[in-house]
Design a protein around this ligand. Structure first.
Ligand code: ARG
Length: 595
């Protein structure tokens, strides 16, 4: 079904058109700012009245007269200068809940997209010979979360892990690995060692011109695909990525070898990118480098692409020594994704520091007509993870915190919480729960923050049992599951009662409040995916858990008696299903039956 908010918006907009004869009226229906006045409000009458130079309240009255929403709402009320307030009818809510309950596909009343698109999502993007650090956390989990939303809505999602596996540093990686093999016959290698060796060569190269020469030579040979250099390069990629894949599994992120299409994949397409841009007279030489200046149709620099002196900023695509750059590869990738993968939309998930890079990239790709107007390019950016001191999170020695260490620590700390809460559980069960809670807490804390702001990373806060945290949500879920277990103990056939239910008996305010929130899940999902903001979903879930808590305090479930019990069981069941769906399907966070 369409979300209620959409249906109401359509009907009120239509009435506005009917009353004024003006095409394209917008009702602007949104959730009510104060629940005292109802569930939704339409704000669109005031601006329309202003346009038509007429009294907004009178216009609102006419719009309400011409409106029939009696199947959904109580009689609409006009408030203030011309707001239309709408309150859902309990019968309508009950009806929706029964439909959700009866849906064999368990879609919780959420329809698939009318026009499924092919959407490329570019996220994670670790670099060879470097361990993933907390900076990669956000890209990896937000990217995965966006994919999950889009997949649930029925889009064809193509995950792309644009790893940094080509370019100038790769000569150093090859050199470092060769050095290790020169010293030892059968070296024990892992990503930590590879990273150390790589860093060692980086330092050496700075001091020793001879090494710098050798590295340069190795880089050139690698680029010419010399077999031995290629072998070491491939080994370095293997060592790095197998560690990344392990972390992806640990985080519940769906990224594997089939999604890894890194910079090296585009290496043979770069010459053509530069040639094409030259042919189109977009690429010009500037200080020896080949550049594109994003300009508008009059030839002046596009807004935002000027330096402080007002001079146009270039996107550099080839250096004076002939080397290609990060941007050249990204241009090749755009062409590939549109021409070969048939993308209708491309989403890039990286930190905000790459904002200008993507803006210029998109501008150049559009100027080159490689991207038609109907294709959407989005840079979904995010802020930094900060330490408790408010500075970017670093280890004591000033290094980036390794993602692996951070996740291990989260699980360790979660284990303490589990020990406290549920000392009697067997050890392996405690381990399983600690993993779900620890990893869940890190992910949830990230999702629940506004993506574009920085946030302070705090184990204590993210593992707290109260507040908008993963453990709180997981506990809320486990608590509902325990009602099911109690039902079994008391020989109550909850499942059977739910199956046979054709009629709900919603009378208590806390029942109605919970029920209304349940039927609004689709709105939260739509808001979250329209803006690529998972925190809209976490806020919804948190509110759901709170409303459930009020309901459960006020309304006995198993002792409710034959009149009310099926209704209350259904409210419990749908709350559990919604939390489970939100956490597991959309955020990739495990739920547990007991905590
Ligand atoms: N490897 C890059 C980094 O670590 C991220 C790649 C983002 N994707 C892209 N198409 N540029 O910052």
């Amino acid at each position: 079904m369409k979300p209620t908010i959409v249906i109401l918006d359509e009907r009120i907009s239509a009435s506005m058109v009917g009353v004024t004869g003006k095409a394209d009226c917008e009702a602007q229906v949104c959730p009510a700012t104060d629940p005292k006045f109802g569930d939704y409000q339409a704000n669109g009458v005031m601006p329309l009245a202003k346009q038509l130079k007429t009294d907004p309240r009178k216009l609102a009255e006419k719009v309400v007269e011409g409106l029939d929403v009696s199947d959904i709402c109580e009689l609409p009320e006009i408030a203030g200068p011309g707001f239309i307030n709408l309150r859902l009818k309990p019968d309508f809510v009950a009806d929706r809940l029964l439909k959700i309950n009866a849906d064999p596909q368990n879609r919780l009343d959420i329809a698939k997209a009318e026009k499924p698109e092919t959407i490329v999502v570019d996220f994670s993007g670790p670099n060879i010979a470097k361990q993933m650090h907390v900076g990669h956390l956000r890209s990896t989990i937000i990217g995965d979360c966006i994919c999950r939303f889009l997949e649930f809505l029925g889009h064809n999602v193509i995950r792309q892990n644009h790893i940094g596996d080509w370019g100038l540093q790769m000569g150093m990686v090859v050199y470092a690995l060769e050095d290790v093999y020169w010293e030892q016959d059968e070296p024990k290698l892992n990503l930590e060692i590879l990273e150390q060796e790589y860093k060692r060569i980086v330092e050496l190269e700075k001091e020793d011109p001879e090494i710098a020469d050798k590295v340069r030579k190795r880089t050139a040979e690698l680029q010419a695909k010399e077999p031995l250099a290629m072998r070491y390069w491939r080994e370095a990629c293997g060592i790095t990525m197998s560690e990344c894949y392990r972390l992806y599994v640990m985080m519940g992120v769906n990224l594997s070898t089939i999604h890894t299409v890194g910079e090296s994949f585009y290496k043979d397409m770069l010459t053509d990118v530069v040639e094409e841009l030259k042919k189109k007279s977009l690429a010009v030489e500037s200080d020896g480098a080949i550049c594109v200046f994003p300009v508008d149709s009059t030839g002046s620099p596009q807004a935002g692409f000027k330096n402080k002196e007002g001079e146009p900023l270039p996107l550099i695509i080839q250096k004076s020594d002939g080397a290609y750059l990060y941007a050249t590869t990204d241009l090749a990738a755009i062409r590939y994704r549109i021409n070969e993968l048939k993308a209708d939309r491309i989403i890039y998930v990286t930190d905000a520091r790459q904002k200008l890079h993507f803006e210029m990239l998109f501008a150049v790709a559009r100027m080159a007509k490689w991207v038609s107007d109907d294709i959407e390019l989005s840079h979904v950016m995010f802020g930094s993870v900060l330490g408790e001191d408010g500075a970017p999170l670093k280890t004591r020695s000033g290094e980036n915190v390794k993602l692996k260490e951070l996740l291990d620590e989260a699980v360790k700390q979660a284990r303490k919480v589990v020990d406290e809460k549920n000392a009697d559980l067997p050890d392996d069960e405690k381990d399983r729960i600690a993993k779900a809670v620890g990893i869940g807490a890190v992910k949830y804390a990230d999702f629940s923050n506004n993506r574009t702001s920085d946030y302070v990373f705090s184990f204590d806060r993210m593992l707290a049992m109260d507040g908008n945290t993963a453990p709180y949500m997981q506990y809320a879920y486990a608590r509902i599951k325990s009602i099911g277990r109690k039902a079994v103990d008391r020989d109550i056939k909850a499942e059977k009662e739910l199956k046979g239910i054709t009629n709900l008996n919603i009378t208590e305010p806390s029942e109605l409040d919970l029920a209304k929130h349940l039927v609004r899940y689709g709105e939260a999902i739509e808001a979250a995916i329209n803006d690529y903001r998972p925190n809209y979903l976490t806020s919804y879930l948190y509110e759901l858990a709170q409303k459930f808590s009020v309901f459960y305090t006020n309304c006995p479930v198993l002792d409710a008696g034959a009149e009310k019990r099926p209704t209350r069981l259904l409210l419990c069941d749908l709350t559990a299903k919604t939390i489970e769906h939100g956490l597991k399907e959309l955020l990739g966070i495990e739920v547990v039956d007991q905590m």
